[in-house]
Design a protein around this ligand. Structure first.
Ligand code: UTP
Length: 296
């Protein structure tokens, strides 16, 4: 079995119910942060981490994702004729990676979505990236995890510390031992009830896993929320070959729910030279206005 991580799965077959009605006919992964679909940030992170082949697990109504990562000759031709080369560069497809697609026929859960990609992965270690988390860091988040995998030879899950009142929204790691930013996993629990989480280490949508996980996903029963959960299968994998949780460096943006999505959009727009100035003025203006309204 090769030890190099070359393939990645991006599950994108969920219903995106937190963004309804926007996601009734449009995939949540195509919602833009400023002017780029969330899934494009994820693909770019995978490429910068050295991934060569990506499989996107799609479902009903997700054609826009395939179209987005395909060439659009008409648009390209139009931009060339108008000499809009800066825009042309923005829509060019990444040359360094091959993107493949597979359908999850029913949204039975994240664990099931990952399992749908098993033939594509075969018998080699692979990465999973979830579009709900965008990470900005000097070294790409997935690259950090791949380095940990290469060093330890063990499956790695990306974690970060969250507040006490947020643990019920995540898969949580109960650590056994730790060394620097690396935690040996004792057990994992998906969305524990408030006040019952074994730690504040939350799983953040980045994984590097050994292919053995597919054996556990194959027989995984439904768990939290009536869905086949990846966390439950990881729990079983951990009992046969230990898993490491790695507290990665970087700022993580939660774009899987509406408030996080709005905050990320504002923060990333404020980072852009072409938008920063006017947006800052506008924000100041509306904040002043709302404090005047409150004082009335
Ligand atoms: P989420 O629970 O965040 O996504 O799943 P969702 O189900 O689309 O969103 P809500 O909760 O209804 O708003 C995490 C990731 O797993 C994928 C989703 O597309 C998302 O990227 N997923 C989830 C699947 O691919 N298939 C599923 O059956 C469930």
């Amino acid at each position: 079995m090769s030890n190099r991580v070359k393939k990645a799965i991006i599950p994108a077959a969920g219903l995106g119910t937190r963004f309804l009605p926007a996601t009734k006919a449009m995939p949540k992964e195509m919602l833009p942060i400023v002017d780029k679909p969330t899934i494009q940030y994820i693909i770019e992170e995978a490429i910068e981490s050295g991934i060569e082949d990506i499989i996107i697990v799609t479902g009903k109504g997700k054609r826009a994702i395939e179209d987005h990562f395909d060439n659009n000759f008409e648009l390209e031709d139009n931009l060339i004729k108008k000499e809009k080369f800066d825009l042309l560069a923005k829509i060019k497809q990444p040359a360094k990676v091959d993107i493949h697609y597979i359908r999850q026929k029913e949204p039975l859960g994240l664990g099931h979505a990952v399992w749908c990609a098993r033939s594509f992965i075969g018998n080699e270690p692979f990465a999973i990236l979830l579009g709900d988390d965008i990470v900005q860091s000097e070294k790409p988040c997935l690259k950090q995890l791949i380095e940990q995998f290469e060093e330890t030879g063990k499956s790695i899950i990306g974690v970060q510390t969250v507040g006490e009142n947020e643990t019920d929204r995540y898969g949580i790691v109960a650590p056994k031992t730790y060394e620097g930013k690396r935690y040996e996993v004792d057990y994992l629990v998906e969305k524990p009830k408030k006040g019952s989480a074994p730690s504040n280490l939350a799983i953040m949508g980045r994984y590097v896993l050994e292919p053995e996980i597919f054996n556990f996903l194959e027989e995984q029963e439904k768990g939290a929320g009536g869905e086949i959960q990846l966390t439950d299968a990881l729990q079983k994998l951990n009992s046969t070959s230990s898993i490491i949780a790695y507290d990665f460096d970087g700022k993580r943006y939660d774009v899987g729910e509406v408030l996080g999505f709005i905050k990320t959009t504002i923060e990333m727009a404020l980072d852009r030279d072409d938008l920063k100035e006017e947006l800052t003025l506008f924000l100041k203006e509306i904040l002043n206005q709302s404090s005047i309204d409150h004082a009335k």
